[in-house]
Design a protein. Structure first.
Length: 101
């Protein structure tokens, strides 16, 4: 979770609404982004330990478009290592899948 960043974005979104300004179709909607998709300054590991220190310098096109529509990315969700299989794990609890089962 990107608590501080998300909270600041939510406050800014609220200010825009209160000012009566035009807003995008996703204005203020919080959402999560899959780990395989780049978000500026947020680790993009592709589910692989080898990439744990990779922080993209820019947003992926889809993230730029979501932000432009008013969405607020609040965090990232895990995926299978390098998207190579269908059962990703939670790094903190390897015996459990990301579904919490």
């Amino acid at each position: 979770m990107m608590d501080g960043v998300a909270l600041a974005a939510a406050r800014a979104a609220e200010s825009v609404l209160l000012a009566g300004e035009a807003v995008g179709p996703l204005h203020g909607v919080p959402l999560s982004i899959k780990d395989v998709i780049w978000m500026r300054g947020v680790p993009a590991t592709n589910g692989a330990v080898a990439f744990r220190d990779f922080h993209p310098a820019e947003d992926a096109v889809v993230v730029r478009r979501l932000r432009a529509a008013g969405a607020i990315p609040v965090g990232k969700t895990n995926n299978a290592e390098l998207c190579m299989h269908s059962r990703p794990t939670t790094p903190s609890t390897v015996s459990r899948g990301i579904r919490g089962t």
